[in-house]
Ligand binder design. Structure first.
Ligand code: AMP
Ligand code: MG
Length: 492
């Protein structure tokens, strides 16, 4: 099982590999091969991403493809590597981390530009530390489903092409089995990559990395008077956009360490995440997060804290500290704007009015007081705009009077907006389906018994979360009582 593959190599028909990250040089990564897993099998294949990559359907289903995406044969023309990064974990400097179980194969060309392809769980790397280089089936299914769910919701994220599984045993709290998720993103560079070179006083490499990111992903920053401050500002804005989208949909990431923050503002590294069931602003989804550092309502400030770390790391490239602080300020203006925009969309209000802030705060207060189911509330409110009965929404609250008062305010505010347009806008802004913990859990339980149909059903549903799927009403219902006893930790 520890044999490193050298041969054979498999070509993906019609596609050629590139690897711009590899041009950065050996200070940034270690070249290595994935470690094979015995007798792999398919757990899930995502045809949507396959189409974006231009994979031929028949080839994608082949044994060669299964072996390639497990890491059992080398992708011909690829240049596999694990990158080095560092980071702050739970508020503390953690030193060197790096790709401990992810191996970058390289880039494939898509209509949306080059996309990096990474195998997560593909074996030991020089950065594995105490880990085994593997990922378990359970967490791999969660990542596969959630990244595609986020994409379906219009939230910036890494994507997932497929999962392969093996009966190889992996020890966590209990013995589980191994899996590999093939992930895709324009780049997997994290805040932690910058911190790594800054904290180790490798300022030349820090500049090489920043120039690489600017030239390839933020070319508009190049002509600014201070390109690195401009980069920090652009990253702050993208991060603000991402976190506003999380808050609006009720998504908790769970481990917002700086090594889990994408330099492109993508949601990355799906671990103990959760979509809120009942609306609890202080909800902590990660069972290992005993202090609640990454609680739902702390996420916006934590994102700023993380950006501050990035700013600190970039300081050697700037003339003054003020440049970094000014760049970071943009987060404080963009985040509330983006959040208000997302919340207005949920309310079906296309234009902004001064009274909207109070309206939004008002509904959050009511939802929190009665621990109303977050997704169901917004979907039923959309249904009300579409001509549905008010009771369906009203009955969600214990404080009916409070809700009636709010509804009256909202109705007055919404009156000038064409009702049909508002209903359409709301139904496109308030998903019917999100990846609730218990839905993932049901698919995982079946998958552990070799039934992968639930994974595929959920994937397709979550890729179209705003649609009506009459055959799958149950997936849009309230969580069962046992959902609140699911404990999701960092173990993955
Ligand atoms: P995470 O909390 O999943 O973002 O991981 C934090 C760090 O631990 C990263 O450097 C990961 O690559 C590494 N890591 C997590 N799990 C494993 C594992 N099973 N084997 C090797 N490295 C791991
Ligand atoms: Mg991570």
């Amino acid at each position: 099982m520890n044999a490193v593959i050298t041969d054979p190599a498999a070509a993906i028909p019609g596609l050629t590999w590139n690897n711009r990250f590899a041009t950065l040089g050996p200070d940034f990564f270690t070249e290595l091969r994935p470690t094979p897993l015995p007798s792999p099998y398919w757990v899930g294949r995502n045809q949507a991403v396959a189409r974006e990559l231009g994979l031929q359907e028949q080839w994608f289903a082949s044994q060669e493809s299964l072996d390639l995406f497990t890491g059992n044969v080398l992708a011909q023309g690829s240049q596999p590597l694990a990158s080095v990064y560092s980071g702050h974990q739970f508020g503390q400097w953690a030193g060197q981390l790096g790709d401990g179980r992810a191996i970058l194969l390289g880039e494939l060309q898509t209509a949306a530009g080059p996309q990096e392809i990474q195998l997560k769980g593909a074996g030991l790397t020089p950065y594995s530390r105490m880990g085994d280089g593997r990922a378990v089936l359970r967490s791999s299914i969660r990542e596969y489903l959630c990244s595609e769910a986020m994409h379906g919701l219009g939230i910036p994220t890494t994507r997932a092409l497929c999962i392969t599984g093996s009966d190889a045993r992996v020890r966590r709290e209990e013995v589980e089995t191994a899996a590999v998720v093939t992930r895709m993103a324009p780049s997997f560079i994290r805040f932690g990559h910058f911190e790594h070179f800054s904290y180790s006083d490798q300022h030349e490499q820090l500049k090489i990395l920043a120039d690489f990111v600017i030239d390839n992903f933020y070319p508009e920053c190049r002509d600014a008077a201070q390109p690195y401050a401009e980069l920090l500002q652009a990253v702050s804005e993208r991060t603000a956009h991402m976190v506003a989208a999380w808050q609006a949909v009720g998504f908790c990431h769970g481990v917002m360490n700086t090594d889990n923050m994408s330099i492109l503002g993508l949601t990355i590294d799906y671990g103990p995440f959760q979509f809120l069931d009942a609306f609890d602003p202080g909800h902590i989804c990660n069972h290992s997060d005993t202090q609640g550092r990454y609680a739902y309502n702390k996420q916006p400030n934590i994102a700023y804290w993380n950006l501050f770390c990035l700013g600190q790391a970039l300081l050697p490239l700037m003339d003054t500290q003020e440049q970094a602080l000014a760049a970071l300020e943009s987060y404080k203006t963009v985040f509330p704007e983006k959040l208000e925009g997302r919340m207005r969309a949920k309310l079906g209000l296309p234009d902004s009015r001064p009274e909207d802030k109070a309206l939004i705060e008002g509904i959050f207060k009511l939802l929190a007081a009665d621990r109303v189911d977050y997704t169901i509330f917004w979907r039923r409110l959309s249904g009300l705009a579409a001509g549905g009965p008010p009771e369906a929404v009203r009955d969600l609250f214990l404080d009916r009077q409070g809700f009636d008062t709010w509804l009256l305010q909202y109705s007055e505010r919404a009156a000038p907006v064409d009702q049909g347009l508002r209903a359409d806008f709301m139904l496109e802004s308030n998903p019917k389906y999100v990846l609730r913990n218990h839905l993932g859990e049901q698919a995982i339980r079946a998958a552990k018994l070799q039934d992968f149909s639930g994974v595929d059903t959920l994937l397709k549903l979550l890729q179209a979360p705003f649609g009506e799927h009459p055959d799958h009403e149950a997936f849009a219902g309230f969580p069962p009582d046992w959902a609140s006893s699911i404990e999701i930790s960092c173990s993955s």
